[in-house]
Design a protein around this ligand. Sequence first.
Ligand SMILES: [Zn+2]
Length: 206
Amino acid sequence: MEITRTANAGVLLLLDGVSFLLDGVAQELAPYAGTPHHFREQFIKNPPDVVAFTHMHKDHYDENYAEEYRIKTLRPVYGPECLPPKVTQNIEIEAVSTRHIGKTDISHISYIISGSKCVWFMGDASPLMWKNADSFPKPDVVIVPYAYAITSSAWQITKNLGAGEIVLLHLPQRECDEYALWDAVEKTAGSDSSLHIPQIGQTLVF
Ligand SMILES: [Zn+2]
């Protein structure tokens, strides 16, 4: 399995030869970076098998790009209003209706993707959504925003999911970290070897 961070809170996941772009093209929303131009071109030239987003906040979704992508590739972009198929090339995709962190009533979907390994992609879902998550298949990898590692109670929920690898997204560049998010994450979870914090453009192989 390969996971390439392509956006502030998005990845290109390659699992059993099938590619999933999840929140993978986003606008810049300072201090959170936007998706580099070369990825935007790459996905139109060579479309992933499934393109989906969790919710319509700009740091997870670029409305103009989604429109351009649909027109140029004639392929769907899945999201809360247009759920992906339950199975694509022998990989199961479970779209889970979840609540966004904090006070917002925006529609939000998290994705559980099961092939030879199981990946949970949370988007901006509240960590509290997963306190009793026994009905879902056990994850090998969870892909979460920094809020899952910023307090010890959230980190405990994250660890209790039982994934061997935890990929943390949504952190700004360290030099633009006006809220000291990096310090909080490192204090809470920095010594845990299951934690990975990829840069935009970096690929993790599990
Ligand atoms: Zn959001």
